[in-house]
Write a new protein. Structure first.
Length: 270
């Protein structure tokens, strides 16, 4: 049986995360996370050398390196509304890469300071890339009660639809997952996200239940081709614009990655 103290601590951590700037927050238990689809599939797929992966000697791309003393994690989401696209513009040399990611990092910095000083719990701040020690954040967000995986293969929240960005920080205390939501807006949806994809990334079934031994697959049913998605990301990178980074004396390149699978989703729209 889980003690009332742990539930109380989890609630306090979530409330503090919201106080420090998170739009949504929750807790994921590491044992739950290890059994999640992305973490299981990553051990069975070939190396993928697309945008967002890193070449680290001795490590398979996309496969998580679990940290021994990590027992649970805090997951936060910050809204990235359509009317603030600059939160998503990736700029080399900018702290955090994007303004939105900098906000995520800032929120976790305040939260980690509070957790360690007021609760004597060790926090493990993760890099963004799996190859540098991160975990799959969408799966973590599901167990943390932030949202569900949509047919567009991204997290869908009640409050903001898919227009959020995630970050995870691990803890050396065994806290229970907040829990999976009873929420699924995709069941009767007309799949606007799939129709909007400029690379038709959802037209090919690459993942099957028999091959991976999982019922829950990428894009829910396995109809997702990340290579096609990566083609669009590479095009976006090629079309990067020259910009001046505020507060610095040098130019950089600004990449505006495709978000059509987000923008076409009717969930969370006012």
């Amino acid at each position: 049986m889980i003690s009332k103290d742990k539930f109380s601590l989890s609630k306090n951590i979530i409330n503090k995360a919201l106080e420090f700037g998170a739009s949504l927050a929750g807790i994921v238990n590491i044992e739950d996370l290890k059994k999640s689809p992305s973490h299981v599939i990553s051990t069975k797929t070939a190396n993928f050398e697309g945008v967002g992966t890193k070449n680290i000697k001795g490590r398979k791309r996309g496969e998580v390196q679990w940290i021994d003393n990590a027992k649970s994690g805090v997951v936060i989401a910050i809204e990235h509304p359509r009317e603030k696209p600059e939160l998503d513009f990736w700029t080399k040399g900018l702290n955090g890469g994007t303004k939105g990611n900098f906000k995520l990092i800032s929120t976790f910095s305040k939260l980690a300071d509070w957790i360690e000083k007021d609760n004597q719990i060790n926090c493990i701040k993760l890099a963004y890339h799996i190859e540098r020690g991160a975990v799959y954040m969408k799966d973590a967000a599901v167990f943390a009660g932030i949202g569900c995986i949509g047919k567009n293969n991204i997290i869908i929240t009640r409050e903001f639809g898919p227009k959020v960005r995630l970050r995870v920080m691990l803890l050396d205390i065994d806290l229970p997952s907040t829990g999976i939501l009873d929420f699924d807006p995709c069941i009767e949806c007309e799949e606007y996200c799939k129709k909007a994809c400029p690379q038709n990334a959802f037209d090919t079934k690459l993942y099957t239940e028999s091959e991976f031994g999982l019922k829950h697959l990428p894009s829910r049913t396995g109809w997702y081709n990340r290579i096609q998605c990566n083609i669009q990301m590479e095009k976006d990178a090629e079309n990067a614009k020259d910009v001046i980074i505020e507060g610095n004396n040098f130019n950089s390149r600004e990449v505006r990655y495709c978000r059509w699978c987000e923008f076409s989703c009717p969930v969370g729209k006012s």
